[in-house]
Ligand binder design. Structure first.
Ligand SMILES: *Cc1c(COP(=O)(O)O)cnc(C)c1O
Length: 407
C-alpha cells in the first residue's frame, strides 16, 4: 500500500486569499455597478524594463542560431550574471561575496522553501509572526512541527511582531538553530537597522545557528542607513544565507529569476560536532535537483546591472514607492498607525478593530480590497496590509474613497 507524507495533512488550507476572493465576489454581485480597486496585490503590476526586454530578445535570437545556441547551462547560473551580482549587489556595498557563492535560481520562494532540506529534521526553527507562509509550511511538510492548535504549530518558536517592537521581533529567549528573517518585511513593511541586525548575527554566532535572510524587497530601500544585505553586517558570512529575487526588483514575477547567497564560510554541524560547509551541501542539492535558469532569462536579469537597466529599475520601484507614500500619508492623516511604505511596497495599518471587520469596512464602504493581517499569523490580527502594487490613478482613487468613507 502506498502511504503519503502525513505531514501534509497538518497543513492549514490557505483560507486567506480564497476568503478575500469570496467576499469580493459577493460584494460585486450585490453591487454590480461598483468598480472595485484591488490594493491587496502581492504581485507587481508594471511591465519589464526595456533593457531587460532587449536583452531577452537578443538571447532568444542567439538560441535560433547554431553558432550561438546553448543547451544546459551551469546549475549554479552563468558566470556573466553571478559576476555582476557579486560586484554590484555586494562588493560595491562593502559585503565580501564572491561570484561562486551565488546560486542563480528560478525563485526566492523555491529557495526559501528548499533550503530547509539540508538541515536535520530535529532542529529548532524560529519563524516570525506575522509571516510569509512559505517558511512555516515547508517546515511543516518536512515534519519539523507537531499539530496545529489555536492558530499555531506546535514545535515552532514564533518570533512575535507587535506595535511595541514595531514588528522587529526580539531575540528568542531559548536556544534555536535556524532563524527566518525578512527585511523589508512582507507583510509588515518593517525594515531593520544595522544595529538590530548585528544583534541577530551575534545571537546566531553564539548559538551556532543559521539565519535565513529573505531580502526579496531590498530594492525598495531608499534610506541609506539601512542594510540592503545581511552581509553588510560583521560576522554574517559565517552564519547567514541570503535570498534575493528579480521578481519585485525588476518585475520578474512571471519571468522567474532569483538567487541565493551561501558563503563558503557558512558552517553547520553533524550530530558529533563535525563542521560541514553549507555551500557544499547546497551545491550538491542544486546540482542534483535543479538544472538552472534558462539562458534568455539570465541575460534579461543581467540587463538589470547595465546603466539603462539600473535607471529603469529605479524608476520602476520609485513608481511603486510613490503609491506607497500616498497610501501611508492618507491613512496616517485618517488617524491610523502605519508601518512600512517608506522602504517597502507594503503599508501595515493598525485598524483599531479586527482584521476582517476592517477589510469588510473598506470593501463595503469604499470598494477597496486590502489583505487582512490575521491571514499572516496570530500577531497580524487587528492589522491590514495595503499594497502599493497598482497604478497611481487607482491608488489615488482608492484613497479618495477611503477618506470619504471613513472621515
Ligand atoms: C515576492 C516574495 C518573494 C519572491 O519570490 P519569487 O519566487 O522570487 O518570485 C520572496 N519572499 C517574499 C517574502 C516575497 O514576498
Amino acid at each position: 500500500m502506498i502511504t503519503i507524507n502525513e505531514n501534509y495533512n497538518k497543513l492549514q488550507a490557505s483560507y486567506l486569499f480564497a476568503e478575500i476572493k469570496n467576499r469580493t465576489a459577493a460584494f460585486q454581485k450585490a453591487n454590480p455597478d461598483r468598480e472595485i480597486i484591488k490594493l491587496g496585490i502581492g504581485d507587481v503590476t508594471r511591465p519589464l524594463p526595456q533593457a531587460c526586454i532587449d536583452a531577452f530578445h537578443k538571447a532568444i535570437d542567439e538560441m535560433a542560431d547554431s553558432k550561438t545556441f546553448r543547451g544546459y547551462g551551469p546549475e549554479q547560473g552563468y558566470e556573466f550574471l553571478r559576476d555582476k551580482i557579486a560586484e554590484q549587489d555586494f562588493r560595491a556595498r562593502g559585503a565580501d561575496i564572491a561570484p561562486d557563492e551565488i546560486f542563480v535560481s528560478d525563485g526566492a520562494k523555491c529557495d526559501n522553501g528548499n533550503i530547509q532540506e539540508i538541515f536535520s529534521t530535529d532542529i529548532r526553527v524560529a519563524i516570525p509572526d506575522p509571516v510569509y507562509p512559505v517558511y512555516v509550511d515547508t517546515n511543516v511538510m518536512a515534519g519539523r512541527t507537531g499539530s496545529y492548535d489555536n492558530g499555531r504549530y506546535n514545535g515552532i518558536i514564533y518570533l512575535e511582531g507587535n506595535n511595541e517592537n514595531g514588528f522587529i521581533p526580539a531575540l528568542p529567549d531559548e536556544k534555536v538553530d535556524v532563524i527566518y528573517l525578512c527585511f523589508p518585511n512582507n507583510p509588515s513593511g518593517a525594515t531593520i537597522s544595522k544595529k538590530k541586525l548585528q544583534e541577530w548575527v551575534d545571537f546566531a554566532r553564539e548559538n551556532k545557528a543559521i539565519i535565513l535572510y529573505d531580502a526579496a524587497y531590498e530594492s525598495f530601500i531608499r534610506d541609506k542607513e539601512l542594510p540592503r544585505s545581511i552581509f553588510e553586517i560583521e560576522g554574517a558570512r559565517d552564519v547567514a544565507i541570503e535570498f534575493r529575487s528579480f521578481s519585485k526588483t525588476a518585475g520578474f514575477t512571471g519571468i522567474r529569476c532569483a538567487f541565493a547567497v551561501v558563503p563558503k564560510s557558512c558552517l553547520a554541524y553533524t550530530k558529533d560536532g563535525t563542521e560541514q560547509s553549507l555551500h557544499a551541501l547546497w551545491y550538491r542539492r542544486q546540482s542534483t535537483k535543479f538544472n538552472g535558469v534558462s539562458y534568455p532569462v539570465q541575460r534579461a536579469a543581467e540587463a538589470v546591472y547595465t546603466e539603462s537597466g539600473k535607471t529603469q529599475t529605479k524608476e520602476l520601484i520609485d513608481y511603486y514607492l510613490k503609491n506607497a507614500a500616498l497610501i501611508r500619508k492618507e491613512m496616517s492623516t485618517l488617524g491610523f498607525e502605519c508601518i512600512g511604505g517608506e522602504n517597502s511596497p507594503y503599508i501595515w495599518i493598525h485598524g483599531q478593530t479586527d482584521s476582517w471587520e476592517f477589510f469588510d469596512r473598506l470593501l463595503n464602504k469604499a470598494g477597496v480590497v486590502c489583505t487582512p493581517g490575521a491571514g499572516f499569523g496570530k500577531c497580524g490580527e487587528g492589522y491590514i496590509r495595503i499594497s502599493a502594487f497598482n497604478n497611481y490613478e487607482n491608488v489615488e482613487k482608492a484613497m479618495g474613497r477611503i477618506k470619504e468613507a471613513l472621515k
